[in-house]
Design a binder for this molecule. Structure first.
Ligand SMILES: [Zn+2]
Ligand SMILES: [Zn+2]
Length: 223
């Protein structure tokens, strides 16, 4: 049994904690009689419980909210990669691909561009910064921008292994990469094969954004 209190006359009555809807303990009959309207009693213990539950719920919701923000893998060092991709594509006058960003746990970063689906999937370095993420984004976007010419050799067979990798990152891709770097970041990246565009761009970006990027990042990121 718990106390039911009338807030008008402060009279209390004991009753069950879950009385039926029409249980008279819910109402102060004296005050109801006087005012001509049903005057409800309230149960302080129930009210306290309700408040505690509400607070707990609000706290839980805010924890979930911060976790969700923290867990958004597509924002790195304040750089929103989907927005960055939109910005680049607008500058290139290119149809914006779909983007899926994951965070790597152990190994380095990696990315994949799907030509037919017009989609980019990236796994960022666990300790990567926004420069390494940008490099990866530009790398994959360059594949889509250059188009799928790499995909087969002249006789139409699909290439695999080292040869595919070379052609995959051939002259078309290098030109596309350089164009994105220039249009998107005002940085000139050489297109000659002997330059490793990703490493070059990464160092330039780190300098531009005053980030400390190490060669280790480059190796780990497979830029
Ligand atoms: Zn009363
Ligand atoms: Zn590639």
């Amino acid at each position: 049994m718990i106390k039911w209190v009338c807030l008008k006359c402060n009279s209390t009555k004991l009753g069950p904690s879950r009385p039926r809807k029409d249980d008279t303990v819910r109402y102060c009959l004296g005050c109801s009689e006087k005012s001509g309207r049903l005057v409800e009693r309230m149960a302080p213990t129930l009210e306290k419980k309700r408040m505690r539950a509400a607070e707990k719920g609000a706290a839980l919701r805010s924890v979930r909210r911060t976790r969700a923000v923290r867990a958004d893998p597509s924002v790195i060092d304040g750089l929103d990669l989907p927005l960055e991709l939109q910005r680049l594509c607008a500058a290139l006058n290119f149809h914006v691909p779909a983007l899926k960003v994951r965070r790597g746990r152990k190994s380095g970063g990696s990315g994949h561009a799907y030509y037919r689906a017009h989609r980019i999937v990236m796994t960022l370095l666990p300790k990567g910064n926004k420069a390494s993420a940008t490099c990866l984004l530009v790398h994959e976007l360059a594949h889509l921008y250059a188009g799928p010419r790499w995909a087969s050799s002249l006789d139409g067979r699909l290439l695999v292994g080292e040869r595919a990798r070379q052609i995959h990152h051939g002259a078309d891709w290098r030109r596309a990469y350089a164009r994105i770097a220039l249009v998107g970041y005002k940085l000139e990246v050489p297109t000659a094969e002997r330059y490793q565009q990703g490493k070059y761009f990464y160092k330039e970006l780190c300098a531009k954004w005053r980030l400390t990027g190490s060669d280790e990042d480059i190796r780990a990121g497979a830029l």
